[in-house]
Design a protein around this ligand. Structure first.
Ligand code: IVH
Length: 678
């Protein structure tokens, strides 16, 4: 009891610090001197040391609270996080809104829009429960992202507790985390001093920071967060306009996007707005790569709805690619995973559209000929958003020009470089004996678009290859925790994470596996076509070039590469080892022959299941169900495993059918045998 007045005092100090932080970091309008701030900060720290029980996660001292994490947990978004359609010209922007207006039975010049700078960072969803920051997640694939709460809490413009006495029960605040230009310049200047790695642009620096395990790094990087919308919302406010939502978010303590405006979707208004934004762009404290136009009226947004990944009520008008002149100093020849040799231009470093560019792909020797470029020439380079910079033309011949020639031997393994008749590409003839090809092949196999083996990135593959424990893709499955734990920068726990990720990736799809094999000329799309046509791996392995030529969209070069790949004894052994290690998928034949008894239904999986979640998802999908990340009135059934939490509660609340793990596994057992097989 005697503590009470003292605790009240402590809480009033916290409120003061929060108010000052808000004034400084959100409103850019400091209320007190650094000395006054520090005095209160010290007093708070002293009180917290005396009364550890008082400290809550929303104390400003807890921004860099916990210890470093050892892996990123996956979190499902309550509502899917979408991306935006792009428009590269005024006419594309006008067309976008003309279509929307037509669907709304309205004239586009009367459609009310909001324009917002398109901040160049990364999308984050921050969830607050009863006003307290609960967790923050990256966009990921839009349905499931990674928990980066530890780093987001270090951002001073993110309130740990919303500035309201009547917070909503749940609110997901969606927005962009970015690194202001000044913070980026400082970081790279430090990198220069300490000879550490420089970041190419503020977006990469922000993304690299958010992916750190240790929050004390993010705390030094001056990231910022600006919201641009809502995800899930369970509260009492009724919003009718997007601009009302943004205004509400600023009252909760978030920063406002500078130069956001309302305008009509008329040609004149869109033209003026674009010119205005292009003019203020350089004076803004952060990088922007375009303007986002959104229909303001939420009822109209609902009427228009969404495409697969983008809303029909918003579009990103991108700024054009930027051009710069620089000198072509040298050309390196890089060896890709299929042995293709790519000439890469080494340029005198030059700053283009927020990035220092020092190299550009030249694609192949034909491109070099087409450009007529020689070493020493002054060239024009172009960069648009995250597109790899390219050389557009020669501006001026250099004084001592030197022809660019393809080497006769591979720069990595010294095997002869060959060119197949009628093809632009030169290839190293060393095959997987060439270290460059072997490493690139494994990196490709493990990559997100292929087997999606988390934690097995290019650095680790290179190291394990150099150690001699990872020579082929099949060796991935005989890696042990010890192989990895002994490497510098790794420990027991992170090694276990890699092995767990390898095991988790074993449930895949046939098309993904074909594409992961890295057959020359067979990319993601052609792998899908082949999987769809041949239905299973055995049929594809036995197919002749003539058989493969029957497949729509597969040409003779692809057919020849396929046959040669599967005829190779070494490849046959590797595939067998991979299958023996437990890699499995749903055969296309099974997928199409099973009666789609769940067609049209949406299921949600929650909690811990007695079979791998990926297998369960495959079974449901093979029966025609869609597996969604969040429960809504449209959900047909929730499959609830052990420790199911908020989704199960939501299912009860909305009276959605629920099936428990044991019942589901019993009733659907037969489908597991047919749908999930090697
Ligand atoms: S709205 C459903 N507004 O751009 C609409 N996005 O290219 C979702 N971005 O993933 C996005 N500034 O990370 C929106 N003012 C803004 C934005 C913005 C930057 C990013 C965001 C999104 C990406 C799409």
């Amino acid at each position: 009891m005697s503590n009470q007045p003292c605790k009240q005092h402590y809480e009033s100090l916290l409120a003061l610090l929060n108010r000052w932080d808000h004034a400084y970091y959100v409103l850019d309008n400091p209320e007190v001197s650094d000395a006054e701030y520090d005095a209160v900060w010290q007093e708070v720290c002293a009180l917290e040391a005396q009364h550890p029980a008082w400290v809550t996660p929303t104390s400003p001292t807890q921004r860099v609270g916990g210890k470093a994490i050892d892996s990123f947990q996956k979190i499902e978004h309550r509502l899917k996080m979408l991306s935006l359609a792009n428009a590269f010209s005024l006419s594309e922007t006008c067309q976008f809104f003309a279509r929307a207006a037509q669907e709304l039975d309205q004239i586009s010049a009367t459609l009310e829009l909001v324009s917002e700078p398109k901040l160049d960072g990364l999308a984050i969803s921050i969830a607050y429960q009863n006003g307290v920051l609960a967790y923050a997640v990256t966009r990921g694939d839009g349905e499931v992202g990674e928990d980066v709460t530890h780093n987001i809490k270090t951002i001073k413009s993110v309130p740990l507790r919303l500035l309201t006495s009547t917070p909503p029960e749940i609110i997901e605040v969606r927005g962009e985390v970015f690194m202001p230009k000044a913070a980026f310049a400082m970081l790279n200047a430090q990198a220069e001093d300490t000879a550490t790695r420089r970041f190419v642009n503020p977006r990469n620096a922000a993304a690299g920071t958010i992916r750190q395990m240790d929050p004390s790094i993010a705390a030094t990087r001056a990231l910022q967060f600006i919201p641009y919308g809502l995800g899930a919302y369970q509260g009492t406010k009724v919003f009718t306009k997007h601009s009302d939502i943004i205004a509400y978010l600023t009252t909760l303590g978030f920063k406002a996007n500078p130069y956001s405006q309302t305008l009509l979707a008329s040609l004149e208004a869109l033209t003026d707005n674009y010119h205005f934004m292009a003019e203020v762009r350089d004076s803004l404290p952060m990088e922007i790569d375009g303007i986002v136009y959104k229909i303001d009226d939420l009822a109209q947004q609902i009427t228009l709805g969404f495409n697969a990944r983008t809303p029909k009520w918003a579009v990103a008008r991108k700024f054009p690619a930027q051009l710069q002149h620089t000198r072509l100093d040298a050309v390196d020849f890089q060896v890709g995973r299929t042995g293709v040799i790519t000439p890469v231009a080494r340029l005198t470093p030059v700053f283009v559209a927020g990035v220092t560019v020092s190299s550009a792909s030249l694609h192949n020797m034909d491109e070099i000929e087409r450009l007529g470029v020689c070493l020493g020439d002054e060239v024009e380079i172009q960069r648009a958003g995250d597109v790899i910079p390219k050389i557009v033309r020669v501006v001026k011949h250099g004084q001592s020009r030197q022809l660019i020639c393809m080497p006769t031997h591979c720069p990595v393994c010294n095997a002869v470089i060959e060119r197949s008749a009628g093809q632009a590409a030169y290839r190293c003839s060393g095959g997987l004996r060439c270290a460059a090809q072997a490493v690139e092949h494994i990196i490709h196999y493990a990559s997100r678009k292929c087997m999606n083996i988390n934690h097995l990135g290019s650095k680790l593959v290179e190291t394990l290859h150099a150690q001699g424990v990872l020579s082929t893709i099949a060796d991935i499955y005989s890696l042990s925790v010890n192989d990895i734990a002994e490497l510098e920068g790794y420990g027991e726990k992170s090694a276990q994470n890699v092995i767990a990720a390898i095991n988790a990736s074993k449930a895949t799809r046939l098309a993904t596996f074909i594409s992961a094999l890295g057959i020359p000329e067979i990319g993601e799309e052609s792998a899908k076509t082949l999987a769809h046509y041949f239905k299973n791996l055995t049929a594809l392995r036995q197919a002749s070039a003539e058989d493969i030529l029957q497949v729509p969209d597969i040409g003779p070069i692809m057919a020849r590469h396929c046959v040669a790949f599967f005829a190779n004894a070494n490849n046959q052994t590797i595939i067998q080892l991979i299958l023996n290690a437990g890699v499995h998928w749903v055969d296309e034949a099974t997928e199409h022959s099973v009666e789609k008894i769940l067609a049209g239904q949406t299921w949600v999986i929650t909690g811990t299941l007695s079979r791998p979640r990926n297998d369960v998802k495959m079974v449901l999908e093979s029966l025609g169900a869609k597996v969604a990340g969040s429960v809504s009135k449209k959900t047909h059934c929730v499959l609830a495993g052990e420790d199911a939490g908020s989704k199960l509660a939501k299912a009860h609340e909305l009276a959605v059918s629920i099936i428990d793990d044991a019942t589901f596994m019993h009733e659907f057992d037969a489908f597991f045998n047919s749908a999930v097989k090697k």
